[in-house]
Design a protein around this ligand. Structure first.
Ligand code: ZN
Ligand code: ZN
Length: 285
């Protein structure tokens, strides 16, 4: 991905005035009052640019990029020795169960069938497994470092190579701050999904204490909401900005604007996605 139609005409950074050679697109769930959507970072200066989208009726547009398929699989990656500790508020097994519960939910994930590629299918997939990488990440880790690390793990056989037929959920422990250029987790964003050029992944920083959960005060619920959104948006917009979008909003970003608390029948809180067939945001049943 280089330029999309919203950033195609932007030649100079609106913050620093430097010429822009390219854009980095990331699918981000904003924290607090920061809106969710495809966030645009200018190359080389790194400043986030606000792009203008057309006003008017809700239009769900497929931009031609790769999409998820039911044969694809998830791999959970727990980065840091935190995850090997005993008696955690929530542990790897509980998170793996959430991934399976979300992914096998006939209504929540099964309903995404309407967004399948022509001749392909999308809906219920599976969790391949999970892997703990006990080497600790830096206390502040940028998405560019996460991408390099993910590719290094795959090249070195630490993680299986899913190619374009699956994706990695990367979970971080408390005390690790994730950055996207000048933006930091919990300060401006909750979580995101992105693409290394070879592999798709979600990043779940440890649940933020505020700004990322309008339903409960429970960190585990914060995590399940973010995870459900990033998994859904990765499936429907595998390379951020190239899949299914409503303006510059991915399918859950749109529903985050008029947020409603929702739970799947196994109990986890999830963020709703826009159901094109019903013209409304997903709800159970
Ligand atoms: Zn763009
Ligand atoms: Zn700039």
């Amino acid at each position: 991905m280089t330029r999309c139609r919203y950033c195609a005409g932007i030649k100079a950074c609106k913050v620093c005035g430097q010429p822009i050679s390219d854009f980095i697109h990331v699918g981000v769930r904003g924290a607090g009052t920061n809106s969710s959507g495809i966030w645009h970072y200018a190359v080389p200066c790194g400043h986030k640019q606000v792009v203008q989208v057309e006003a008017g009726a809700v239009q769900v547009v497929y931009n031609g990029g790769p999409l998820w398929n039911t044969r694809y699989r998830w791999l959970d990656v727990f980065w840091g020795d935190y995850w090997q500790k005993q008696n955690l508020p929530f542990n790897m097994d509980q998170i793996d169960k959430v991934v399976m519960d979300i992914e096998t939910n006939a209504s929540y994930s099964g309903g995404l069938k309407q967004y399948a590629a022509t001749g392909g299918d999308m809906g219920i997939s599976s969790l391949m497994g999970s892997k703990v990488v006990p080497t600790n990440p830096p206390q502040v880790v940028d998405d560019s470092q996460i991408q390099k690390q993910l590719e290094t793990w795959i090249d070195g056989g630490v993680l299986p190579d899913l190619g374009m037929k699956g994706a990695y959920n990367i979970f971080l422990g408390p005390g690790v701050s994730v950055t996207l250029q000048g933006d930091s987790s919990c300060a401006t964003f909750c979580d995101f999904h992105n693409f290394t050029g070879k592999h798709a992944y979600t990043v779940e920083p440890y649940p933020c204490s505020s700004g990322c959960n309008q339903c409960t005060a429970n960190p585990f619920d914060t995590l399940t909401q973010g995870l459900s959104e990033e998994m859904t948006e990765l499936k429907t917009d595998f390379v951020p900005g190239t899949g299914w979008l409503i303006g510059q909003l991915e399918l859950c970003d749109f529903c985050d604007q008029q947020f409603q608390c929702r739970q799947i029948d196994t109990g986890e809180y999830v963020n709703a996605w826009y159901d094109r067939s019903k013209g409304s945001c997903w709800k159970p049943g």
